[in-house]
Design a binder for this molecule. Structure first.
Ligand code: PRT
Ligand code: ZN
Length: 210
C-alpha cells in the first residue's frame, strides 16, 4: 500500500498540538524544525510541514492525502475537501469588531463602512448573506490597528481570549464563524485500512481526553 501523506502546520499556533496528537497516536517521527518532510518509522505515513494557508489546497489537489488545519483557513480558500474529524484544539471565532466608542448596534449599520480583514472571502460571503454592502479592505496582518489609523471603521479577525481587541480599543460586534482544527482528506482519498486505523487512533486519543 502506498505511503500516506499528512500535511500539518510547520510552525505557529497549530503546530505543537498537531504534532502532539500524532505522537499520542503512537507514531514515531523526528520533528526537526528545519525539515519539511518527516517519515514515520512505525506506520506507513509521511508528515509534510507547511504554511497553514497552503494545507487545504495541498489536500484538495491530492498532494497530501490528509491534513490538519483550522476550519477558517479551509473556508477562506474555498477548498473542496472532506472533513474527517474535529480535533478540539485551535478553537477561535472570526468576529467583526468595532471601536469601543462606536454606537453601532446592528450589522445593517455597517452599510457603506470599511472593514479591514485577512479573511476577505469569508467576510464577503457573510456580508452578502446579511445583505450589507460594506467595503472590504484586505490586509495580511495586524488588522486590529486599522480603525486607529483611520484605515477602516471595523475589523474582521480571529478572536480567542479577546485580549488583542481590548488592547486595541475594540469591542466584539458580530460573530462570523467558529473554527477549530480539523482533520481533512482529499475527495479522492481512498479510506483504506491505514486511513481508518489512523482515524481510529485519533478518535481514541480524543476520547481519552474527554
Ligand atoms: O505561518 P502560518 O501561515 O502557518 O501561520 P499563521 O500565522 O497564518 O497562523 P497562526 O499560527 O497564527 O494560526 C493558525 C490557526 O490557529 C488559525 O488559522 C486559527 O485557526 C487558529 N487560531 C486559534 C488563531 C487564534 N486562535 C488566534 N488567537 N489564529 C490567530 N489568532 C490571532 C488573531 O489573528 C489575533 O491577532 O490571535 C490574535 C487574537 O487572539 P486573542 O487571544 O487576543 O483574542
Ligand atoms: Zn497562515
Amino acid at each position: 500500500m502506498k505511503t500516506l501523506k499528512i500535511a500539518i502546520q510547520k510552525s505557529g499556533r497549530l503546530n505543537e498540538k498537531s504534532v502532539e496528537i500524532l505522537k499520542n497516536c503512537g507514531l514515531s517521527f523526528e520533528n526537526y524544525k528545519s525539515s519539511l518532510i518527516s517519515t514515520v518509522t512505525n506506520f506507513p505515513l509521511e508528515i509534510l510541514f507547511l504554511r497553514d494557508d497552503d494545507i487545504p489546497e495541498y489536500v484538495q489537489d491530492g498532494i497530501a492525502d490528509l491534513g490538519i488545519v483550522g476550519e477558517n483557513v479551509i473556508h477562506e480558500v474555498n477548498a473542496d475537501v472532506t472533513y474527517l474529524q474535529k480535533l478540539g484544539f485551535g478553537k477561535c471565532t472570526l468576529k467583526i469588531a468595532i471601536p469601543n466608542e462606536s454606537e453601532m448596534t446592528d450589522i445593517s449599520q455597517l452599510e457603506g463602512k470599511a472593514i479591514a480583514t485577512s479573511y476577505p472571502v469569508i467576510l464577503e460571503k457573510y456580508l452578502k448573506d446579511n445583505e450589507v454592502n460594506a467595503v472590504v479592505r484586505t490586509i495580511s496582518g495586524s488588522v486590529e490597528i486599522g480603525p486607529g489609523l483611520g484605515l477602516s471603521d471595523a475589523i474582521c479577525d480571529i478572536v480567542s481570549t479577546g485580549g488583542t481587541l481590548k488592547s486595541n480599543g475594540l469591542k466584539p460586534f458580530a460573530e462570523v464563524m467558529n473554527s477549530e482544527a480539523v482533520m481533512i482528506c482529499s475527495k479522492g482519498t481512498e479510506l483504506n485500512e491505514d486511513v481508518i486505523e489512523l482515524l481510529q487512533r485519533i478518535r481514541s486519543v480524543l476520547r481519552a481526553k474527554e
